[in-house]
Design a protein around this ligand. Structure first.
Ligand code: 1HE
Length: 257
């Protein structure tokens, strides 16, 4: 499974997935969306965390508008569902994914970034949802995922008014968890992914698969799901070893950064 506009680089237990279509600002053609799906679906078994970034001056300019042909309602729905299926592989795939952002993170590019588990943005990053001014709507899961990052009110404002957030305001609004100097987002994302790769796999699984669902559940159900997940995670031999190592003074303490 290879695609001319996507590069997969395995560095130890971290996979670096790169959009390599800089001449089109990494706009997501249907083929590229499917390549993202296939890549996350079939990451090598030794991979424990992933990074996604984009070549050139921009992370991603969103949907490839040159492919936005006349579609009837049914075809439009299936196209959107195809994006959903691909980005589900990112969010609920085998490993946590860190997005390394710079330049334009717009439209479907923001939807892709929102499907990742952590976002690192360099200071050139800007966020927008130009769908509002192109006469369309989000279709890549943005209506579900973006309000969870920034709230319904901010997303509504972006789409109604064409508001663009710069890197600093974007970090404050909740798009990104890390704001780093120009040109260093990928390096920081890889460092975070290497750290994530050292976690017990069940902890990473719980954070990817249980936490977002618990957050959606009514509290009485959420508490029960949390208890079940906690019991499963702590019963793993690896968890017991890690706790023993701490109690014997052999594991790192929590330290201020
Ligand atoms: C594209 C695309 C694209 C660039 N589809 N071809 N997304 C948008 O509405 C954003 C549209 N793009 C832009 O606003 C700008 O291109 C950027 C701010 C991202 C970058 O500006 P710049 O000056 O660096 O590049 P450029 O000159 O605008 O573009 C370079 C080339 O990339 C040019 O093609 P060329 O053949 O004339 O060289 C552009 O046409 C091409 N290009 N962006 C196709 N998006 C699941 S639903 C999701 C819905 C959406 O994502 S809607 C939002 C779409």
């Amino acid at each position: 499974m290879t695609h001319q506009d996507l590069q997969l680089d395995i560095r130890g237990d971290v996979a670096v997935v790169r959009l390599t279509r800089p001449h089109k600002r990494n706009a997501l053609s249907d083929g590229l969306v499917l390549a993202i799906r296939d890549t996350f679906q079939s990451l090598p078994a030794n991979v424990r965390a992933a990074v996604i970034d984009g070549e050139g001056d921009h992370f991603c300019a969103g949907l490839d508008l040159s492919e936005l042909k006349e579609r009837d309602a049914g075809a439009g729905m299936h196209h959107s569902r195809m994006w959903h299926a691909a980005l589900e592989e990112v969010q609920y795939g085998p490993v946590p994914v860190v997005a390394a952002l710079h330049g334009a993170v717009v439209g479907g590019g923001l939807e892709l970034a929102a499907s990742c588990h952590i976002r690192v943005a360099d200071e050139t990053t800007f966020y927008a949802l130009p769908e509002g001014s192109r006469g369309i709507f989000v279709g890549g899961g943005g209506a579900v995922r973006i309000p969870r990052l920034i709230g319904v009110a901010r997303m509504t404002d972006m789409m109604l008014t064409g508001r663009v957030y710069n890197a600093e305001d974007g970090e404050k609004a909740g798009f990104a968890q890390y704001l780093v100097p120009k040109g260093t987002a990928t390096e920081k994302a890889i460092a975070l992914a290497e750290r994530i790769a050292q976690n017990a796999p069940l902890t990473n699984y719980a954070l990817m698969h249980a936490l977002p669902r618990i957050a959606e559940q009514p509290s009485d159900q959420g508490f029960l799901t949390e208890a079940l997940m906690a019991a499963i995670a702590q019963s793993a031999p690896e968890a017991k070893e890690r706790v023993r190592a701490f109690l014997e003074g052999k594991a790192a303490k929590v330290a201020k950064s």
